[in-house]
Design a protein around this ligand. Sequence first.
Ligand SMILES: [Zn+2]
Length: 308
Amino acid sequence: MQTTPTGYQFEEQAHCDMCGRETSNAKVLGHRASKTTGYFPRRARGVIIPVLQCNHCGLVYCDPLPLPLDIGQHYNVEPADYWPETLNYFKENPTYFDYENSVAKRLLNFQDGMKSLDIGSGIGKALVSMRRAGFEPYGIEPSEKFRKFCVEKNQIPESCLQAASVETAQYPDGFFDFITFGAVLEHVYHPAQCLSIALKWLRPGGILHAEVPSPHWLVARLINLFYRLQGTTFVTNVSPMHVPYHLYEFTVPSFQEFAARSGCEIAHHEFFVCAQYHIPKFLQGLTAKIMKRTNTGMQLSVFMRKSG
Ligand SMILES: [Zn+2]
């Protein structure tokens, strides 16, 4: 460990968050710098954090966890500053989250007006999609700026959007039929705890969905190889102290382990190719096919059914 940057404290991880095995059962996958490393990580400066992979379930995590002293460091940013324009996050996408809704509806034997919850609603894209799919949508969003943007832009009633984190939000037990964590679990300090809270809000037979980064992503493996060829131990997995502040990457066994000890089961899972950063355009057709065939896309999408 090098210098401590201002505004962070570090918490040792005793266990794999998803399967509970001790951190001594994890291998060191490599290291991550507190700033973006680029293609030549030897030049990286700042704090270097070990990135571990659980030998039992494959969860990738940093140890220690870098905790910002003020959460506003991560969330008190304007929506337009968080997502670079190049990601097209604000562009209208009429089919956004439609596929996830359709899978959830099939698994739920859907009836109109079932209640859904989007945890980490951002600017409300999934809420709009859920409303279009026939759900009665609710959301929670810790950033007041994002929440305001969402209410004004999408006409989501303020009462349906709690200004809270998953740890502080309040809902009755068994209130929802469908709950989704889209691009959330990789950011939180203790994902299994967040999943457990959400499970309480879900009725028996309800569906809990999570979309998360996968450690098997082909592009990351190629970059890690490139880093190794330079004689460094750096890896591109997670990004603890710079945008997008990822702390975890998840495998199917990570969720199987969580499900086995939490009263639910995996009802459906699949991998999505998503973005192909760093791959030249002319190769992207081929690499997309390879990723699809070998389950080495960027994102893992998991649907769990609550028992009972
Ligand atoms: Zn584990």
